[in-house]
Design a protein around this ligand. Structure first.
Ligand SMILES: [Zn+2]
Length: 482
């Protein structure tokens, strides 16, 4: 009987086990634009905002592409430092284009994504990735403890349930899980951002968000698990009349391209760099809807150009425009979803300048370490890394973000330390002033006492009969007046 009770108790305690470390789930909705939240179809996300902290939007990194931004979120580095300079890149030494692959995510072996850093930061720390872009490859020779590789269209409820099972694993409870959803990106690309298909996806994501939080409540984990909801970039609608065919200006067999609209790395055939640049430059001035850069002239604020993977020439379409690769891409979506491409068909595109509001993602967070009913100013995607590290209580590795930009999200932080320092220093100064005043008054009193004592002592030794001298003086005065 005792053995049975012991076994049952042990089993019970094992099934209830969660990590001894702070727990964090990072949920990403691909291409969920910051202002989709304002939409009437997201009542649950609006409710979650009130239960935690949110920012109106995040300043993401250039190019505003999926792999680039997910890797910036995971590493805290800009594209020029993590090397994922687009969804693909051309390796000029190997003369080969790398699409999603180990190579794309391994520009620099010393870069440690958050799920590796978590596991490297102490015992019993376990990370999981549910389809997070870039997390299915080894870093520093290891995959995360829990790994589900990308399976498009796989059941969303199952994704959430699996994540929670990792967190409740009796032997290796995960304390960090990266959870990815490929929508509303896919339907946004196929139908444009205003489509009912995108609205449906936003609504589904709103519901799956609430499902996750309701499961946490039901499992009594809501006070133990921090959840961050975010996305990588926004999206805009482009129609085929706004596809710019660069081969109208430069012969198709004189250059290669890497990446996809609206940003193209242009790799000229040997010896043609200047010629192709000039032709594209003239075309951009004529056409007026795209910009072409020599590598060195790419804006520094994009934190993009200082990487060997960036091609010698780089073309960026204006917002709402795209290049000729979109003829093929639009056909792909038309075939996938069974419709005809017409001049008025709408497609979604992202990758433009990261300063454009249309490219901005959203942010909200809820959990035991997150302030309730609180709003913070917009911050940078690269700052998220230090937020993750602060929540997980681990020391950040090299990154481009700033902790001071995100500390307002965290419980226990009530603004700048400056007022407190001013109060302490002011208090000390006032106390010093008070002591000096007291000392001065005391000194004066002692001096006075000393002089009284001295006069009394002199009077005693050398009696002067001073009382009479007063009367005598009065008497003398009366005489003069008279
Ligand atoms: Zn996309």
């Amino acid at each position: 009987m005792f053995i049975l009770i012991y076994v049952l108790l042990t089993l019970f305690s094992l099934t209830k086990a969660i990590s001894e470390h702070p727990i964090l789930i990072v949920v990403s909705f691909d291409a969920f634009r910051y202002n989709y939240i304002e939409n009437k179809v997201t009542p649950n996300l609006l409710k979650l905002r009130e239960l935690g902290t949110y920012a109106d939007y995040i300043n993401n990194v250039f190019p505003t592409k999926t792999f680039t931004n997910h890797h910036s979120i995971a590493t805290g580095l800009y594209a020029e430092n993590h090397g994922v300079v687009g969804n693909e890149f051309y390796d000029k030494d190997k003369k080969q284009t790398f699409k999603i692959s180990y190579e794309l995510f391994h520009y620099d072996e010393t870069i440690i994504p958050i799920w590796r850093l978590n596991e490297l930061s102490g015992r019993n720390r376990y990370s999981g990735s549910m389809m997070w872009p870039g997390a299915s490859f080894e870093y520093q020779g290891k995959e995360p403890t829990y790994l589900q590789k990308f399976e498009p269209e796989s059941n969303w409820f199952k994704r959430v349930d699996t994540v929670l099972s990792w967190i409740e694993d009796p032997k290796k409870p995960a304390n960090l899980v990266m959870l990815y959803f490929e929508e509303p990106d896919v339907h946004g690309h196929a139908y444009g951002i205003k489509s009912t298909q995108v609205q449906d996806m936003i609504q589904r994501l709103d519901n799956i968000s609430m499902y996750l939080h309701e499961r946490l409540v039901a499992k009594e984990l809501v006070d133990k698990v921090n959840v961050i909801h975010l996305s990588d970039h926004g999206m805009v609608t482009v129609t085929p009349l706004k596809f710019i065919n660069l081969t109208n200006f430069v012969k198709a067999d004189t250059f290669k391209t890497a990446c996809t609209s609206p940003t193209l790395h242009i790799i000229p055939n040997d010896g043609l760099e200047e010629d192709i640049y000039q032709r594209l430059k003239n075309a951009s001035e004529e056409n007026g809807h795209f910009t072409v850069y020599k590598k060195d002239d790419i804006p520094s604020r994009w934190r993009f150009k200082n990487n060997p993977r960036v091609a010698p020439i780089y073309a960026v379409a204006n917002e709402g425009y795209a290049f000729h690769d979109m003829f093929k891409i639009s056909k792909y979506y038309a075939d996938k979803f069974g419709f005809e491409v017409t001049n008025t068909s709408e497609f979604g595109v992202h990758g433009y300048d990261n300063q454009l509001p249309s490219m901005h993602p959203f942010f909200m967070a809820r959990g035991p370490q997150i302030k309730v009913n609180h709003k913070v100013p917009p911050f940078n995607s690269v700052d998220l890394f230090s937020l993750f590290c602060a929540i997980l209580n681990i020391k950040p590795s090299r990154h481009d973000g700033s902790y001071s930009n995100i500390e307002g999200v965290l419980m226990g932080y009530h603004g700048s330390m400056l007022p407190i320092i001013v109060i302490i220093v002011g208090g000390v100064l006032l106390a010093l002033l008070f002591i000096i005043c007291i000392a001065a008054v005391t000194l004066l009193f002692i001096k006075r006492q000393q002089s009284i004592t001295t006069v009394a002592a002199l009077n005693k030794r050398f009696p002067q009969n001073l009382n009479h001298s007063g009367i005598e003086a009065q008497h003398l005065l009366e005489n003069v007046d008279a």
